[in-house]
Design a protein around this ligand. Structure first.
Ligand code: GTP
Length: 189
């Protein structure tokens, strides 16, 4: 059964950035609809999708924005990272997804390059929007990290730019879910 639209305690905002054709829209569709949409039209502007997952014992809505881009590979990664770091809150969680992992024979980035990137920049996963391999994990690992940042206080829930919203677990006026929620304030991760 589909989850009720307001049946969550937190919402986290995600932005997918990357070069044209790397599979951003396909990752969005695979994560939100669990299917590979092979012939996604080129994204004009932004596309939006959402899915409610459980992270740290709390139902959490991931709002995912898929962006349109004009840069065209791994070599552009450092400029994407610079943009992501300069244009967002310093505590923004960044995860690199090496998509199209199913195309092993056409691998353009060596394992060593990817490993080095991971050591220098934190979260990194190879995934495939086509087979679904690691797609859930990628979004979930980022959500867990956000959850940890909430818990250790490095992410201020009251800051408008945090990208995180917390809904009280006890519904006011019966507008939220009637499903029992854990009675703690932070993510339980
Ligand atoms: P723009 O909207 O143009 O920025 O592209 P995008 O990054 O959103 O890429 P999109 O999701 O449209 O995918 C581009 C192409 O790559 C399509 O032909 C997809 O079928 C293909 N593709 C996406 N993900 C995968 C994958 O994991 N494996 C393989 N083999 N092909 C993929």
């Amino acid at each position: 059964m589909a989850t009720a639209p307001h049946n969550y305690s937190y919402s986290f905002k995600y932005i997918i950035m990357g070069d044209m054709g790397v599979g951003k829209s396909c990752l969005l569709h695979q994560f939100t609809e669990k299917k590979f949409v092979a012939d996604c039209p080129h994204t004009i502007g932004v596309e939006f999708g959402a899915r409610i997952i459980e992270v740290g014992g709390q139902k959490t809505k991931l709002q995912i924005w898929d962006t349109d881009v004009t840069r065209s590979t791994y070599n552009h990664l450092s400029s994407w990272l610079t943009d992501a770091r300069n244009l967002t809150n310093p505590n923004t969680v960044i995860i690199l997804i090496g998509n199209k992992a199913d195309l092993e024979a056409q691998r353009g980035v060596t394992f060593e390059e990817a490993k080095q990137f991971a050591e220098e920049n934190g979260l990194f996963l190879e995934a495939s929007a086509k087979t679904g391999e690691n797609v859930d994990n990628a979004f979930l690992e980022a959500a867990k990290k956000i959850c940890q940042n909430i818990q250790d206080g490095s992410l201020d829930l009251n800051a408008a730019e945090s990208g995180v919203q917390h809904k009280p677990s006890a519904p006011q006026g019966g507008r939220l879910t009637s499903e029992p929620q854990p009675q703690r304030e932070g993510c339980g991760c």
